[in-house]
Write a protein that binds this ligand. Structure first.
Ligand SMILES: Nc1ncnc2c1ncn2[C@@H]1O[C@H](COP(=O)(O)OP(=O)(O)OP(=O)(O)O)[C@@H](O)[C@H]1O
Ligand SMILES: [Mg+2]
Length: 560
């Protein structure tokens, strides 16, 4: 394992290794030149070779120093000409052993457990998939295998007639959010780089300045950008579903084999160290089902812990490796509201506190997608069903443990948590600030005042006093308050994502000024440390009144 960081593109390219991808089938209709950008049906195979469309006049905006370090890349590489060209969509710079084309994958969509096909322009489900995400690299860095994927890299056969681009606004959001979530300790895809175009803009519906409209009221031209995300794989539950649906429909003779290959690939990519390769394949599928259940449940508990709402937790936005994927319609809860949902198209079922149920619906689709692989083994099927049946109970247990950690309790106490959430709601508490203040284990509600969007009424203050007293009694009975407080500060972040602090960063980046992006990167890299001095004045505060109901900040319809 090399310890000197990679400084040249040639050295970087040497890390390419497509040996896992090679186990999958390319679309037999596709040509290997990758010039396949028009919407069409893809009937079989696991991926379509496709070249990205380069951003004209690409310019560096940001990279993640922490991911660069993990991959063993020198920071200077982000400014290297060939590196910049690759990750702004120009794969003509590829050199051996890299492939001179990327790949896009098809997937199916279920919303809350209901199968959809009308999102596919052909009405068949064969035209839905990565419409603007194109993987360009599979390789091994410091002993770990990663896939590198452009988002906004131009149209693919799955683009459904759209431009395949991402605007700078949404790219800055995804770029910052992935690294923030990682720093929060939440499993996630990661951010490598962010490059913007100095010459191409794309038009999207958006909100006029000061608008409180629910729906966008203007069309805005925004620079096109590409953010590259990194994960062990970008396999989604929806992807398994696509192949399972083809098995069910007997779409072609290879359908069951293709399902088997994609599931084997998922195991290889995301679960191999935990699943013994010498097990019979059916047993590996059972192991996978158990591990994915555990990961998905832990993931959603993390989301609840940090106040994250994914916003659009369809099966095609649910990574089969059990991490957060697709930072489009997401938001973080500021004033506590269990129904928080910033995306106007997302609906209540994907709101903040409904995420455990949404995860259960996605797990159900995973379960039904892998079932055909065990069809000839009734014992294995029964085991698989019982893993699925246990989802809700295991989810509840994990949530109870999460609340206990947030409150420093040695054992879960659902009644105490529910009373607290009720009090938070009635007091208009800020989700992040109130838990951070509680981490100091205050005796009096006055110590929490900074967390409330309205002064506490006398009756509410009395209820808080009572709650604090009973909670503190439990804590005192269980151990040292100083240690408990320190442990609480490790799970209750000191700062959070506040959209009104992010909007100026992408607005300034549109004018070529990336200093706010850099400031946010720095602040977000240590979310459990209270920011000091001037940074505290900016980042540790309640959402100002003028941003409540502000279009594009408190809610948004377009995430692309
Ligand atoms: N501008 C676009 N051009 C082509 N396809 C698009 C565009 N925007 C979204 N899509 C496709 O529409 C589907 C739904 O979009 P959604 O917002 O869930 O995903 P996304 O944010 O583009 O991507 P991902 O889930 O890969 O992060 C996806 O399959 C996506 O590829
Ligand atoms: Mg998506």
């Amino acid at each position: 394992m090399s310890t000197t960081p990679i400084t040249s593109f040639a050295e970087f390219a040497q890390r390419a290794d497509y040996s896992l991808l090679e186990s999958l089938q390319p679309d037999p209709q596709a040509t290997l030149d990758g010039h396949d950008h028009r919407p069409r049906q893809v009937f079989s195979g696991h991926y379509v070779p496709v070249t990205p469309t380069p951003l004209p006049v690409p310019a560096y905006l940001a990279h993640s120093p922490s991911l660069f370090q993990e991959l063993g890349l020198s920071d200077s590489l982000a400014h290297d000409e060939a590196f910049l060209r690759l990750f702004s969509g120009d794969i003509s710079v590829a050199r051996q052993p890299m492939r001179p084309y990327g790949w896009a994958t098809g997937y199916a969509l279920s919303i809350y457990g209901a199968e959809y096909i009308q999102q596919c322009p052909f009405g068949t489900g064969n035209g839905y998939g990565d419409g603007r995400a194109i993987s360009v690299f599979e390789g091994v860095f410091n002993g770990q295998r990663w896939e590198l994927q452009l988002k906004g890299g131009g149209p693919t056969p799955y683009c459904r007639g759209a431009d395949g681009r991402a605007v700078l606004r949404s790219s800055v959001r995804e770029f910052l959010a992935q690294e923030f979530m990682h720093a929060l300790g939440v499993p996630t895809s990661r951010s490598l780089t962010l490059y913007g175009s100095g010459a191409e803009t794309v038009r999207r519906p958006w909100y006029a300045p000061g608008s409180t409209s629910f729906d966008p009221d203007v069309l805005v031209d925004n620079p096109a950008a590409i953010t590259t995300r990194v994960a062990p794989s970008f396999l989604r539950v929806g992807q398994l579903e696509l192949f399972a649906r083809r098995v069910r429909r007997q779409a072609h003779p290879e359908a069951l084999n293709e399902l088997r290959l994609i599931v084997a690939h998922l195991i290889e990519r995301n679960y191999r160290p935990e699943i013994d390769p010498s097990l019979a394949f059916g047993d590996q599928v059972l192991e996978l089902a158990g591990l994915f259940r555990t990961r998905l449940i832990a993931l959603v508990a993390h989301w609840m812990r940090v106040g994250f709402c994914q916003g659009n937790f369809n099966s095609d936005n649910c990574a089969a490796g059990g991490y957060t994927l697709d930072y489009g319609p997401f938001g973080f809860c500021e004033r506590f509201d269990p129904g928080f949902q910033p995306w106007t198209g997302g609906g209540e079922h994907f709101s903040f506190f409904n995420q455990p149920l949404a995860a259960g619906a996605n797990y159900q689709m995973f379960w039904s997608a892998v079932r055909p692989l065990l069809a000839d083994n009734s014992e294995a099927l029964a085991q698989l069903d019982s893993i699925r049946d246990g989802f809700a109970g295991a989810m509840n247990q994990e949530l109870e443990a999460m609340w206990a950690r947030k409150l420093g309790l040695a054992t879960p106490d659902a009644a105490l948590v529910n009373e607290l959430l009720e009090l938070m709601l009635r007091s208009q508490a800020d989700y992040t600030i109130v838990f951070r203040k509680l981490s100091e284990i205050p005796e009096e509600p006055s110590a929490l005042q900074q967390a409330f969007y309205q002064p506490l009424s006398a009756p509410l203050a009395a209820q808080w006093s009572d709650w604090l007293r009973r909670w503190r009694d439990q804590l005192s009975a269980n151990g040292d308050l100083g240690e408990t407080s320190a442990a609480m500060q490790r799970v209750n972040p000191a700062i959070t994502w506040r959209e009104w602090l992010i909007a100026p960063a992408y607005q300034q980046a549109e004018q070529g000024d990336t200093s706010l992006i850099q400031e946010l990167q720095a602040v977000f890299s240590h979310p459990y440390n209270a920011p000091s001095g001037e940074l505290a004045t900016t980042y540790d505060r309640l959402k100002p009144r003028e941003f409540f109901n502000a279009g594009g900040v408190s809610h948004y319809s377009c995430s692309s």
